[in-house]
Design a protein around this ligand. Structure first.
Ligand code: MSP
Length: 634
């Protein structure tokens, strides 16, 4: 049986999933579904990239341990892919023990081969891209050429990988195997390699959050460079260095990546593989970026498209179709609700949905839902020939990852059906008592719909299932072979009435940014807040180290609370009626730590205590077990 191994990049867990992540994942998912449908033994890998300085910093900023933080965000990716019914075979995390072992084995092998040596790295580092640069590569000698952010100067002991040694073999590979898709991206990579490759720093010593070097090397202060760790996921997921049963899937057939990470995949990765004496991937396919109004999406601009919101509003499968159809693979594309609505109304509702309605309607009216294809060849030879040529030509687009072309061509067969109905007008033929001709036209259209359903199944699995139900056939390997590869026709078709597949959309279903804000405000009034709102509040455990009454105040006590900071906080609390100062000493409390300081009866208060009050009185909230002062509450 033929095998197929497809991967997405593993996503950094410093950010929640956005449309860019969904795009790569949905292309990979559709590709995996296509080859599975054809009967290939397919393995589809996705996952999360969880080590490195960037993640360590993000965790710190959220007041969390790296592990706690990566567990939380990795789950968000996995949950979204599950909700989107992404058909991955494995979700790898670089914090998985098996992955760590595989990476260490690979390091050992490269070291034993003489491809790794120790030295000192001196240069610039972009934490956001986790990439090294020489000063001349930077913009204005300071800013990252990829993301534009300021780089940091690094000077530290490091192990290096002899990347330069592989320069010629890489260049030869680009020419002979032609692995880079789309072809237009190849010259970019070739130019970069031709300009000369420096050896690559592959360990860091200035932070901890990474995989340690193998014990045999005995250099505990080093952790692996996150890109070495991350790229190796493509083989550790198959058990590299451990139980290698799944290594049967190697080499990858398609590594899907965004254009920003093509260099890592087309240069470093094959060089690592050469060093490990493993085969090289068949294709590295780089897609473009989704933008908003021509601008890069970013959290700070607040223009990031949330894929879940879009899928919930417009339908997941409509969204999948749009992502694949709208933008030529490799080019950037602008996301707008208008463009999405146009695709739904025109391609899906008019061309596809209405065709099915017409076929169902006419077969009901004229043939009591039962038609057959016996006269299709007789009356529609030309149309059939055209359909067959298109159907037979489609796979090459998928093999080149040109899903937009695949869909564009597929829609041409729908157009043949729609035009045939208009031109041959079965209703007129019925009036002329040419029943065979009328049935032939309806059957031609039904067959075109069936072929479309099979071919579109990888992109819109559930919608196409509805078409198959209506036409009473099954979408599987056999029907693929029969109706797509062998170009056969359905024989007798018992048609079933099904509800319309799509609804026409008049106006955008999601409010744009400004209205979104209004919605947020309304939510606040209604007492509902988002998780982001909640996380704006910094809650911490504190220990009361001093408590005094405030003279003349019936309600207030003045406390000093240790929050693990340079000095204790002064907190004024309205608890005098319920607690004596002495009772509070050394007690632990829960503190709102980022409240704007305020003066109460002339006393500064730098926080607030959490308490619960009912008819029996007030009690302070305290942790069930003692916690270090300053421990965040989540
Ligand atoms: N962790 C690395 C990949 C390691 S693979 C061994 C990484 N992660 S990422 O989360 O930053 O990006 C993952 C993918 O999302 C990349 O392919 C990137 O191109 C893609 N996208 C991020 N933003 C995007 C858009 N706005 N549009 C389309 N894809 C974009 O890089």
């Amino acid at each position: 049986m033929k095998k197929m191994y497809i991967t997405t990049p593993i996503y950094y867990v410093n950010d929640v999933p956005h449309i860019g992540h969904a795009y790569t994942t949905i292309i990979a998912d559709s590709t995996a579904r296509y080859f599975r449908l054809k009967g290939y033994d397919t393995f589809f890998l996705t996952g999360t990239d969880e080590h490195g300085q960037k993640i360590e910093q993000s965790a710190k900023a959220k007041g969390k341990s790296p592990k706690e933080y990566v567990d939380e965000i990795s789950a968000k990716f996995k949950n979204l892919w599950d909700e989107f019914e992404i058909s991955y075979d494995k979700f790898i995390r670089t914090t998985d023990e098996k992955h760590k072992i595989g990476v260490q084995r690979a390091f050992e092998k490269m070291y034993q081969k003489g491809d790794i040596y120790k030295g000192t790295y001196e240069g610039h580092y972009c934490i956001s891209c986790e990439a090294f640069f020489t000063k001349t590569q930077l913009i204005d000698g300071e800013f990252c050429p990829d993301c534009g952010k300021a780089t940091t100067i690094v000077k530290e002991e490091s192990y290096f990988f002899k990347l330069s040694k592989y320069q010629d073999r890489l260049l030869e590979w680009y020419q002979t195997a032609d692995p880079i898709l789309p072809k237009s991206k190849k010259s970019e990579v070739v130019r970069f390699v031709e300009s000369g490759l420096n050896d690559l720093s592959i360990t860091r010593t200035s932070f901890d959050w990474g995989i340690k070097l193998p014990k045999s090397i005995n250099d505990p202060k080093h952790v692996m460079y996150v890109w070495l760790d991350a790229l190796l996921n493509y083989i550790t997921a198959l058990g590299y260095g451990e139980d290698e049963k799944l290594m049967y899937y190697w080499p990858a057939d398609y590594h899907l990546v965004g254009k920003d990470i093509l260099r890592f995949h087309a240069i470093y990765w094959p060089a690592f593989l050469m060093s490990l004496d493993l085969e090289l991937p068949k294709h590295i396919a780089a897609h473009g970026w989704w933008t908003r109004n021509g601008e890069k999406m970013s959290k700070s601009k607040g223009n990031v498209v949330n894929p879940k919101e879009v899928a919930d509003a417009y339908g997941l499968e409509n969204f999948r179709y749009f992502l694949l159809r709208e933008v030529p693979f490799g080019q950037d594309g602008d996301f707008s609700q208008r463009a999405l609505i146009n695709r739904i109304n025109s391609d899906l509702n008019n061309d596809l949905g209405n065709l099915l309605n017409r076929v169902i309607g006419m077969s009901e009216k004229y043939f009591n839902f039962t038609i057959d294809s016996k006269d299709v060849k007789k009356y529609h030879q030309d149309e059939l020939k055209e359909v067959n040529i298109i159907v037979s030509s489609l796979e090459k687009y998928i093999k080149k990852m040109q899903w937009h072309r695949f869909l564009e061509e597929l829609w041409k067969i729908l157009s043949i059906a729609n035009k045939s109905i208009d031109r041959y007008a079965p209703w007129a033929k019925m009036k002329e008592n040419k029943e065979d001709e009328a049935m032939a036209t309806i059957a031609l259209s039904a067959n075109i719909l069936a072929k479309t359903a099979i071919l579109l199944h990888p992109v819109m699995p559930k919608t196409t299932q509805k078409i198959a139900n209506a036409l009473n056939f099954t979408i599987d390997k056999n029907s693929f072979e029969k109706f797509i590869e062998n170009l056969e026709l359905l024989e007798k078709i018992e048609i079933k009435k099904v509800p319309p597949l799509f609804t026409k959309i008049e106006n955008p279903l999601l409010k744009e940014k400004k209205e979104n804000l209004k919605k947020e405000e309304k939510k606040k009034v209604d007492g509902i807040i988002t998780i982001d709102d909640f996380f704006k509040v910094s809650l911490k455990v504190g220990t009361v180290i001093d408590a005094k009454e405030i003279p003349k105040s019936k309600k207030l006590l003045k406390l000093k609370v240790d929050l693990g900071e340079d000095r204790p906080r002064d907190i004024v609390a309205g608890i005098k009626e319920y607690y004596k100062p002495k009772e509070l000493l050394q007690k632990q409390v829960c503190v709102v730590a980022n409240l704007k300081p305020a003066k109460l009866m002339g006393n500064l208060s730098e926080g607030m205590l959490l308490a619960a009050k009912d008819e029996d009185g007030l009690t302070l909230i305290t942790p069930m077990k003692p916690k270090k002062p300053g421990t965040p509450i989540r």
